[in-house]
Design a protein around this ligand. Sequence first.
Ligand code: WT7
Length: 658
Amino acid sequence: MSDQTAETLANLLKEDRRFEPPAELAADANVKADAYAAARADREGFWAEQAERLSWDTRWDRVLDWDNPPFAKWYVGGKLNAAYNCVDRHVEAGRGDKVAIHWVGEPEDDTRDLTYAELKDEVSKAANALTDLGVGKGDRVAIYLPMIPEAVVTMLACARIGAPHTVVFGGFSADALASRLDDCQAKVVVTADGGYRRGTASALKPAVDEARTKTDVVEKVLVVRRTGQDLGENGWDDAVDVWWHDAVDGASSEHTPEAFDSEHPLYVMYTSGTTGKPKGILHTTGGYLTGAAYTHNAVFDLKPETDVYWCTADIGWVTGHSYIVYGPLANGVTQVLYEGTPDAPGPGRWWKIIQDYKVSLFYTAPTAIRSFMKQGNEIPDQYDMSSLRILGSVGEPINPEAYVWYRHVIGGDRTPVVDTWWQTETGAIMISPLPGVTAGKPGSAMTAIPGIEADVVDDEGHPVPNGSGGYLVVTSPWPSMLRTIWGDDDRYVDTYWSRFKKEGYYFAGDGAKKDDDGDIWVLGRVDDVMNVSGHRLSTTEIESALVSHPKVAEAAVVGATDPDTGQAVVAYVILRNEAGDGGPEIVKELSDHVRKEIGPIAKPRQIMIVPELPKTRSGKIMRRLLRDVAEGRSVGDTQTLADASIMDLISAGQATST
Ligand code: WT7
């Protein structure tokens, strides 16, 4: 453990505030304390019971096939349709008039409500249109859309016809999009002319056009008209591009969903790993949907008849998949879907939405909470948020101050805060308080939820005693686990299952600590992955982007602690000899380059031009030292460094850079 982690930990463990569940909530909770033991006593029986939440065309004959670990099969022999489960069955049960989505566009008064019956029609039309465009069972469809209802509709339409979707976050660049399209060989891309961000129309379609110059896998591009903005010169290709309103609006709203095998691929979600190449995380149908529906019900104590739910994530991330689309819709909730940024047109926008729609369950990220906290209580205090019942947090550890502020200012001290730990790979929430059971500790995700078994282990895979730290592992398979990395079974085995092969544990890549009660405090990544505003970024991926610039010889990237974004990207760059000092604009030039290669989220907070990088004698970059510099600490132990004087040069350069 680094000195820095040890220090953070020491501070965290001084935290001794506890928040008991409100008595009323506890009395009526969906999941009670006995669930933990019941699940432990008969894990497969427990998961069979959870799968009963769904409607199956054919029941499974075996809950779990773990005969060939780490390749799991859940609900073997079962058949179902995910879109039918998220939409049709609610209509068939007489809830067609219930609002599924209160969509709130960024421009004020630009709103649209979709009932479950309307959603069923839209999904059916889109399923017919995609079929007409040549998409069949097993074909991949990429989705590059803003937060508009069509994003949800397209995901469900894909699920309905058995075409795995891959949603690419709209903030990713054309290059990042192209590499994902290529990796999963997407036949069709669904996009929009643009979307609204901070009051302006921001284009999307040109990035798809550019991506198509880098890969030729795409046959058709389906385009939603959202902003009406100009598509640019050569912005339309009649052979490829099709307007959504031409293809979908006129399509039939009759569509019979086919039942697919429980293990049929549902989607691929790309996420950063420790190498430059993003990993396509594969989720399948029955187990994933069971996990998403169960956890959404349990962790948010969902009362579908009365709750109004809102998750602020973007659909381009796994949180949007599990906790906007699949979990909530399988559970038949009414939810808010918001297109824009929290500060458009003014800083109170989110709180106004909570007030207007009487949101009762709210799920967001610590980075957002911290930015509101900075603005003070005055803004949220102007809104009536008494409808709120439970507040969720996800994406990175929530610091106790932010937790307490969230509970107090947003939740009026009535609402439990559920700090939910999970990953793209886990598909669903794994470690979290249960709002009707757990006395929450600010900063701790507490314990694995019923049905999940997690632990903290040392280098040898032995569970650490209470009061100690180690690696976070999941000790038995779970229904919503990833099945593999798309097209790369070996990387799947290596990345997640080889670190604790003997024990058969899933290695999450996070460090964690068990406190004296055995509750878990997740500390952050132990690999070369950064977490910036709850988004996962790979140091290697940004280094590769920098090195692809003609003036750059070498680059090293570290994640430095940042009060707003959790971590921030700090880059150290050695220029090529022929580039001289790079010119006056070099830092901006490199920063724009990263933005172009990956996207705005990967833009370094700081770029330092340095003469050398600290390396071990075997040539490995010592990121630990660079992190010391980036965080303004005196440089730690340089004993293994090949040339210790390099650190003096870098530390001295620190004052003049940025
Ligand atoms: C990584 C996964 C899960 C959806 C959003 C991110 C970090 C996530 C927490 C939490 C501490 C957390 C971990 C994890 N993380 N939630 N509640 N407490 N850390 O998904 O992009 O796959 O990132 O986010 O480091 O490994 P992701």
